[in-house]
Design a protein around this ligand. Structure first.
Ligand SMILES: NC(=O)c1ccc[n+]([C@@H]2O[C@H](COP(=O)([O-])OP(=O)(O)OC[C@H]3O[C@@H](n4cnc5c(N)ncnc54)[C@H](OP(=O)(O)O)[C@@H]3O)[C@@H](O)[C@H]2O)c1
Length: 230
């Protein structure tokens, strides 16, 4: 049975990704920083083709990331798929000229350093898989080539840096398929009710990269199963 870990998976795109992977028979480690919400989410996903197990993981807590990796290493010999999904947009992330640096720092800690720390901590388990895959959930807001806008500058900066983390990991780890995904604008707590995409649509390319994409495809940025410019 293949194994997958999804961060920030108690709701939104992460929850839907965990659901779709369990439906396809993956053993899923559903992780969240809120224990109660994570346990409830895992319980709701019981009875699918693959088991869903809650593990506490706050991606911005370096010690906690290490503890989660140790706990999962007790439960499995290998990790086939890591989905770095957890992400935040903080209040006050409104304008690059005035945004408070603590807001920028906290956003980078969660959205950029979090995925890097998780990838580092789970590297031994990933390297024990035959075809390991790391999928970083990024955003078109981090795209440099399309021209930067003005909304949520700390968030956009964190996703540009996450894209760089993706490319650097892909270059350094040729045995692992490491890719970034923009899910599009999705109806979640982050995306809001007016977003055009469902969570099913938002999770589609993530799940495709986790299951069907060629393991040779690494170091790319994807949307709708197509490579897009950084
Ligand atoms: N929705 C969109 O339109 C859209 C567009 C482009 C990219 N994305 C990206 O898609 C990903 C998922 O977003 P979403 O729309 O599903 O948002 P969401 O519904 O707000 O979910 C975000 C998840 O991340 C978790 N999280 C935040 N900080 C965390 C931490 N330090 N440790 C662990 N988990 C943490 C949240 O947990 P709590 O509930 O505890 O806060 C929540 O479960 C994010 O990376 C986001 O940037 C979303």
């Amino acid at each position: 049975m293949k194994t997958a870990l999804v961060t920030g998976a108690a709701k939104g795109i992460g929850y839907e990704t965990a659901r779709q992977l369990a439906k396809r028979g993956f053993r899923v480690f559903l992780t969240a920083r809120d224990r109660q919400a994570g346990e409830a989410a895992a319980a709701r996903l019981a009875g699918l083709a693959g088991p869903v197990e809650f593990v506490h993981l706050d991606v911005a807590d370096a010690a906690g990331v290490g503890h989660a990796a140790a706990e999962i290493a007790h439960r499995t010999d290998a990790l086939d798929v890591l989905v770095n999904n957890a992400g935040i947009i903080l209040d006050g992330d409104d304008a690059i000229a005035t945004v408070a640096l603590p807001v920028v720092r906290k956003t980078l800690e969660t959205n950029t350093l979090g995925p890097l720390a998780v990838a580092q901590a789970f590297l031994p388990l990933l390297q024990a898989s035959r075809h390991p895959r790391v999928i970083n959930v990024s955003s078109g807001g981090g795209q440099l080539s399309e021209g930067m806008g003005t909304w949520s500058p700390a968030y956009c900066l964190s996703k540009t840096a996450l894209n760089a983390v993706t490319a650097l990991l892909a270059a350094a780890l040729p045995g692992i398929a490491v890719n970034a995904v923009c899910p599009g604008w999705v109806r979640t707590d982050m995306g809001g009710e007016g977003a055009p995409r469902s969570v099913e649509e938002g999770a589609d390319t993530i799940v495709w990269l986790a299951t069907k994409a060629s393991p040779e495809q690494t170091g790319f940025f994807w949307r709708d199963r197509q490579v897009i410019p950084w």
